[in-house]
Design a protein around this ligand. Structure first.
Ligand code: PLP
Length: 368
């Protein structure tokens, strides 16, 4: 008998498990008559700020808008350089380009696949002028060394943005991701560790000025109703229904992250010599993805597929090789990034993966 295919992700399971809470949240919104920026929206902002350990959370329409507004708030404008990594799905690149800024890529650390102080310093040394901002992406759910990066950047007057779209809930002894840089962003895209039933995003900051700035930009540049006083205004709001659903799900985020780490821990026991997991379970890693590197990626993925296990690649095309028609990336040494794009693959990872499925993935990894 052939076994059922194990999906890469199955959002229906998490939604079913919390169906009562989600239905109650939706019913509350329908009865309230508030559909955009009402009490659920404001309560979510307070609850997110508390969760992250920051002063302000500002809801927006998605994680890419969050990055764009965060960059604009720290002063990025047309022609500025923004340093980031090229292995993180091009979201920061897209946001920077929307402002007319030029992304410049620093290489990644070969162990963590994240920006490090060393890779950042190497990139800064090659630039003709200091960038206006640095975007640090906590990729795959693991915290990058953002505190040390902030120290380095601030010495040179460069702003730092943390992208927590894959890392909500990751923390170290000093605090949670999202509380370290000048401003931080996240996405509530449905597959994220805290996912809406649609699009959503948020911006975190301890600065009253930056919070005011992004609040104005998310709603037409209004300083007050119908009174535009801020550049770069647009409409990027989180609707009340998504806010209520996210409030229902937030109390379960830590348990979901623990379960993800537990599944990742199982995989850690099984990986063969030639295929290595990028991360190890710890509090500073919320296992958004379980990513391996292998010199024989295609053959390994085929073997896993034959064993009924779905895999994916995050991400196959680094940003500097994307086909942006209006932007050619500055040539930078990106050997590790190039290697990673050829070597990484991801195996199923979501909290509702059953024990049987986890063991099947583990066994298949063990026999690669
Ligand atoms: C690291 C990272 N940053 C930003 C985003 C963009 O978020 P969104 O899809 O909500 O625009 C995503 C995911 O989609 C992401 O994984």
């Amino acid at each position: 008998m052939t076994q059922a295919k194990i999906p890469f992700n199955d959002l229906s399971r998490g939604t079913s498990a919390l169906r009562g809470e989600i239905d109650a949240a939706i019913a509350r919104v329908i009865s309230s008559g508030w559909f955009v920026m009402g009490p659920e929206h404001d309560a979510l902002e307070r609850e997110l700020a508390m969760y992250v350990g920051t002063t302000h959370a500002v809801n927006v329409g998605n994680g890419t808008d969050a990055l764009e507004l965060a960059l604009a708030a720290v002063g990025v404008t047309s022609g500025d350089f923004v340093v980031t990594v090229a292995n993180a799905g091009a979201y920061a690149t897209t946001a920077a380009r929307l402002l007319g800024a030029f992304p410049v890529y620093c290489d990644i650390d070969p162990q963590t696949h994240l920006m490090s102080v060393a890779t950042l310093e190497a990139a800064l040394a090659l630039l003709p002028e200091a960038p206006k901002a640095i975007v640090v992406t906590h990729l795959y759910g693991a915290l990058a060394p953002v505190e040390a990066i902030v120290v380095l950047a601030h010495k040179q007057g460069i702003a730092v943005v943390e992208d927590c779209a894959q890392s909500l809930g990751a923390r170290n002894a000093a605090g949670a991701g999202g509380s370290f840089a000048d401003v931080a962003t996240t996405s509530f895209y449905p597959t994220k560790n805290l996912g809406a039933l649609g699009d959503g995003g948020a911006i975190f900051t301890k600065s009253d000025d930056l919070a005011t700035s992004v609040k104005r930009m998310r709603q037409y540049g209004w300083e007050s109703k119908y009174n535009i006083r801020h550049a770069h205004g647009r409409n990027t709001r989180l609707d009340e229904m998504q806010a209520a659903i996210l409030r229902a799900k937030l109390p379960f985020l830590d348990a979901g992250n623990s379960r993800r780490r537990e599944i990742h821990g199982s995989y850690e026991l099984a990986t063969p010599e030639h295929a290595k997991l990028v991360n190890q379970s710890s509090d500073s890693f919320v296992a958004h993805l379980a990513v391996l590197t292998s010199a024989t990626r295609d053959a390994d993925r085929q073997k896993l597929s034959d064993a009924g296990i779905t895999t994916d690649v995050h991400y196959p095309i680094p940003d500097h090789r994307q086909g942006f028609p209006d932007f050619v990336a500055k040539a930078m040494p990106l050997e590790v990034t190039e290697w990673a794009a050829q070597s990484v693959f991801s195996v199923p990872m979501f909290p509702e993966l059953s024990e049987t499925e986890t063991l099947r993935v583990k066994a298949a990894l063990g026999s690669l």
